[in-house]
Design a protein around this ligand. Structure first.
Ligand code: BMA
Length: 840
């Protein structure tokens, strides 16, 4: 293949005049990508198949038709041999005389998964043992003009894990079908299975691979520090390090722009290959999390110039100007984050890898997830510690949309061999590579050493593997020090839950009712309840005979939680809801149940701010089609929970805390807004047919970032007269005449409500590519939702209640263009009533 190279020289004179809009010119450093078409073979065999790089062996085998879709039914079992096998990848590439003229030619591998031997033209360049690191090899001595060959061979990690674990078993939380000893290998932990993920042990060149060619020097490090103590003028300190091939006079030009305008510039000579310079930005526009303000980003470009003003190298980073603090808990507050000095309630969910095969995750998909989080009023995602260090594109999207990231390092639910110096050195470099790559992102709230290792039982730590001293050595010592050295202004916490945050699992893993969420306060960084994906998603991995019951073998296979997860769901459905009438209704009902449960917790913690200052539910997404705690399924389809989250995370929330003993409801008005306002609270009690039994309203003061009981409703009289199960309490808050939050409270579980057939009707209007659907109900429709037969769509709202006389408008944007007739024919309207009754 012909190398794609560009070479443009910087005209010396241009540099001197630091003009307002510096054009971005290509530097002397040349990158020749080796991504694209490769071939691969099983080690020891001679048939080569086409491969794609970046990629992985499973997706290459799938494309070649050599393995069945591992996500379908129980096929995952049929492909276990892939992870047990050694694989070889190879390709040829052309190198020109000009390429070889460079002082230095490196082979740069941004990610090799995991035990790889890299050979060019028959010369072994090196061996790798960490999928999270970037590897560079000096390749110049072995290259020649013309055709060259690269080969990367991957050895299965399983024998190594087994061997090391036999010598010294590392205590871990793992499913019985999962291979033991994953903590010995620096590879995505959930690759070996998790309680929501398949065992698919990948290998391959999973990130970019390229030749990097340069002359005198290149930029090896650009670090940007901020001083925002003077709000009229932000100070940036830009530290530049160069890697030099030979001593040379080097200069760096730093250029900061915002919305296309230059806002600061500086030039500095490097001494001993390094320099530091300060720049001032007047009237800095601060970056704020979603809901608190805008998320302006500044572009910092660093150009490295050689002796004759040649542009040697360039790096561009986008930053946001903000401070982040984590304030300690006290008698009246849980721990809480503060951005730009303003503490706030963190609302969000936990992020896991978006695909079991990382190479399939597109930037577009990542952006959709982040947009989905922002539109559901979230301001924080926790990138959980059992996956991989996520792509730049995901951090970019979070920067742009104001989603703060709690960034776990990739250690989870295992003890790790901190007693092994080689392991520690490997980890040090991994943290270095990833913190250096990501540290400039405005969205990073904190770095966190690990997930849940501190919860693992201490006796087993010390007898089997990792003692507290080793734990501290790794998470409070090595990783903390590395983060501090690279990102001195960043927050670091050794683990979650460990800094006053709470993982509360008594409902799912402990079988407690949802009410038990209301027994505690804190910064809730994990709690969750599972649901099934919707029928369309279940169809993708099942055959018709698998859809007879929630407990079929295939549905059990796509359920990985310990203790029969599907039964936990159906037991909980029975506790709260009337039995579902058929399979599809059970799937949907499980989603309503999940949303109902998580809402119970989320609203309680918001109501009790500042005793609770965070609600990050488990979990946001999925890595394959599965029954899990996610609010958005593998295909990006929103479950009921995600729609409910949009409402229970709304900036102003009206909610009710019922007291079923005294038959009363405390109506809370909670606000995350930074400005106080006045609103009109209305409440109305109806019976299940919508008949009004009592109502009232009053003006309420909506405080700044606070919650208050706006009204205590004594319903004992109505309960005696009509029966508690016949009371629906409808709440609404309007600000400036517009409803900002609505809610429904009952004194009984939904199964006890005698709902009538709501007789939902839709009035459809086509507006551009979208349709406005106005839903009206004759009788109250609980959790009404729309679907489109045979089509996906985005819905502005779903799983919301429709009151008689109070239509609900939902904007539906189908994923492909539709005429009004097609839309009307495809539209399906459902509500809770349809899950248990066939009555129309
Ligand atoms: C928490 C997480 C995950 C797990 C989830 C559900 O412990 O950190 O490890 O998937 O609970 O059990």
């Amino acid at each position: 293949m012909k190398l794609i190279v560009q070479k443009l020289f910087w005209v010396a004179g241009l540099v001197v005049a630091l003009s307002a809009a510096l054009p971005v010119l290509a530097s002397e450093l040349r990158i020749a990508s080796l991504n694209g078409d490769w071939e691969f073979s099983q080690a020891g065999q001679s048939d080569w198949l086409p491969a794609k790089v970046p990629g992985c062996v499973h997706t290459d085998l799938l494309a070649a038709g050599k393995i069945p879709d591992p996500f379908y039914r129980e096929n995952e079992q049929l492909v276990q041999w892939v992870g047990e096998t050694n694989w070889i990848y190879r390709r040829t590439f052309d190198v020109s005389a000009a390429d070889l003229n460079h002082h230095r030619v490196l082979l740069r591998c941004e990610g090799l998964d995991t035990f790889a031997t890299v050979t060019v033209n028959g010369h072994e360049l090196g061996r790798t043992d960490n999928m999270f690191r970037t590897w560079e090899f000096d390749v110049k001595p072995v290259l020649h003009e013309g055709k060259n060959t690269i080969e990367v061979s991957f050895e299965s990690v399983l024998p190594y894990m087994a061997k090391r674990n036999a010598e010294r078993p590392l205590y871990e939380w793992a499913g019985s079908h999962e291979p033991k000893g994953r903590a010995w290998v620096r590879k995505e932990p959930c690759n070996f299975g998790w309680d929501w993920g398949p065992v698919l042990i990948t290998c391959g060149i999973w990130k970019n691979i390229e030749l990097v060619m340069f002359n005198e020097a290149r930029l090896s490090d650009v670090a940007i520090l901020q001083d925002l103590s003077d709000r009229a003028k932000a100070k940036l300190t830009v530290q530049v390090n160069a890697e030099t091939v030979q001593p040379a006079a080097l200069r760096a030009i730093i250029h900061v722009s915002h919305s296309g305008q230059t806002v600061a510039e500086s030039a500095v000579e490097l001494a001993n290959s390094r320099a530091s310079t300060e720049l001032a930005i007047k009237d800095p526009q601060l970056w704020w999390p979603n809901g608190m303000g805008k998320h302006p980003l500044y572009t910092v470009r660093v150009d490295l110039l050689g002796p004759d003003q040649t542009l040697l190298d360039s790096q561009v980073k986008r930053i946001g100007l903000r401070t982040v603090e984590l304030l300690p808990a006290d008698d009246s507050h849980s721990i809480r984050f503060a951005v730009n000095g303003v503490p706030f309630f963190a609302k969000g969910a936990n992020w896991i890898p978006a695909d079991a095969f990382a190479n399939r995750v597109t930037t577009e998909k990542l952006r959709q997830y982040v947009a989905g989080a922002a539109s559901a009023n979230m301001n924080m995602l926790r990138f959980w510690g059992g996956g991989y260090y996520e792509e730049d594109a995901l951090y970019d999207a979070c920067d742009e949309m104001g989603i703060l990231v709690w960034a776990d390092c990739k250690f989870a639910c295992s003890s790790y061999p901190a007693f092994d110096p080689a392991f520690m050195a490997n980890v040090r470099q991994e943290i270095h590579d990833n913190v250096q790559r990501l540290r400039h992102h405005a969205c990073i709230a904190d770095w966190c050493g690990n997930n849940e290792i501190s919860l693992m039982t201490k006796p087993e730590w010390s007898t089997n593997s990792m003692g507290k001293a080793d734990y501290d050595k790794l998470f409070s010592g090595l990783i903390a020090a590395e983060v501090k050295a690279l990102a001195p202004q960043a927050l670091y916490v050794p683990g979650s839950p460990e800094v006053g945050d709470v993982h509360y699992w008594q409902v799912w893993h402990g079988g407690q009712p949802f009410d038990s969420y209301r027994t505690l306060n804190g910064f809730m960084s994990e709690f969750g309840f599972q649901s099934f994906p919707e029928p369309k998603s279940v169809d993708t991995y099942t055959a018709p005979e698998d859809r007879d019951s929630l407990h079929s073998a295939v549905l059990d296979w796509h359920q990985r939680s310990s203790g029969n997860g599907n039964k936990k769901i159906s037991d909980m459905m029975e506790r709260y809801f009337k039995p579902a009438k058929d399979f599809d209704s059970s799937l949907w009902l499980s989603q309503i149940l999940q949303g109902y449960g998580i809402k119970t917790g989320a609203e309680f913690w918001r109501e009790h701010m500042p005793k609770s200052m965070g609600c990050i539910f488990w979990q946001y997404n999925d890595c394959w089609p599965v029954t899990s705690w996610s609010s958005v399924d593998y295909y990006g389809r929103w479950k009921a929970l995600q729609y409910l989250a949009k409402r229970f995370y709304s900036p102003v929330l009206v909610s009710g805390l019922e007291d079923t003993t005294n038959q009363s409801v405390d109506i809370f008005v909670t606000s995350d807004l930074l400005k106080a306002s006045r609103g009109k609270l209305t409440w109305e009690v109806t019976d299940p047919s919508g008949k009004s039994l009592a109502k009232g309203g009053e003006t309420v003061r909506i405080g700044v970032q606070s919650s208050q009981v706006a009204k205590h409703l004594d319903l004992s009289g109505l309960a005696t007269q009509y029966g508690a199960k016949n009371l629906l309490v409808w709440l609404k808050v309007k600000v400036a005449g517009q409803p900002v939050s609505e809610n429904l409270v009952t004194l009984v579980y939904p199964k006890e409500l005698e709902l009538a057939n709501p007789q939902l009707k839709a009035d459809i209007k086509k507006v551009g590519d979208s349709f406005r659907v106005k839903l009206t109900a004759k009788f109250p429709a609980l959790w009404a939702w729309l679907t489109l037969k045979g089509a996906d769509a985005s819905y502005s709202d779903n799983f919301n209640h429709v009151r008689s006389g109070s239509p609900l408008e939902i904007v539906v944007k189908p994923n492909h263009p539709m005429s009004k007739d097609e839309f009307a024919n495809a539209l399906q309207i459902h509500s809770l009533y349809d899950t248990f009754s066939s009555g129309r």
